[in-house]
Design a protein around this ligand. Sequence first.
Ligand SMILES: [Zn+2]
Length: 341
Amino acid sequence: MMQEPIFDFKSMPKIELHAHLTGSITRECLHEIWKKKKGAGETDLEDPLVVMPPGNHNYDLTTFFPLFSSYIYHLINDAESLDYSTRSVIKDFARDGVVYVELRTTPRAMPKAGLDKAGYVSAVLRAIDAAQQEEPTLHARLILSIDRRNSREEAHEVVALAKRFRDQGVVAIDLCGDPTKGDVSLFTPAIEEAKAAGLKVTIHFAEAEASASDAELSTIMSWTPDRLGHVIHVPEAVKQQIAARTGIGLELCLSCNVHAKMIVGSFEAHHFGEWWRVQGPIVVPCTDDVGVFGSPLSNEWALIQQHFKIGRDEILGLARKGIEAIFGGDDEKVRLRGIMW
Ligand SMILES: [Zn+2]
């Protein structure tokens, strides 16, 4: 009798749909950038390996967002570090066996680099393009994020940038950022504008109790988003609404939610267990911020197999189902159907 092959999740072709560009930069890559800047006398920042000690993945909502606003954004603040870190993120995903990735980023001006928000998006797209040339089995697309702290005007600016760069790989709009901040209803016109332009929409949904009020969830559901991220603090009635939306993508981020203590309990308690068998929605395991939480996508799948006792065929079926949730278009779906196990 043949023995069932041991599953190698690294070589299993995988789809990543919820990965923040800056949060996906490894500490080693940040360290390389820092070392170069330090040597050139260009930074007073502390070594990223001191600020984010390797092995420490326990960032919660109170420490996670300040890490970016007070540290990482100050380190990645010029064209060279933006280019280097973006390429490095793409390469890391490719080496982990990811064949299709949608990165997301909030357009930010980099005055030091002479880049306005459009210049930033353009620079990220160029770096993605260059990295893809070196990693031909990985195809990447970009999602532009509206930050919850944005004004209505800033949100429209993000949508305008997405429209402007859509023929260069921007596929969708996201809403993200500190869940304790902002009133999402402010963004209804911007989301409507994006949808009218044919852009896809994914939303960080019920990520924390602070962003799970009935008013917020019903506003977001009224936008009929194509995908939802996290989906943690969801009341039963809203779960039923989600379950009834055939084809809606659910980007579930296990390690992030466990390490950041966004859920009660450990992996077995993660709501992945509740959703993965539900017909209708398409569950896609994602990393969110692999640079912070340290668990590559191959490891997320290993955790899933380990904690939810899912068999080989079901794992492969689930991975393939993710193809239907991508924003990359029909040709890309055909390619993925051809290469995924
Ligand atoms: Zn996220």
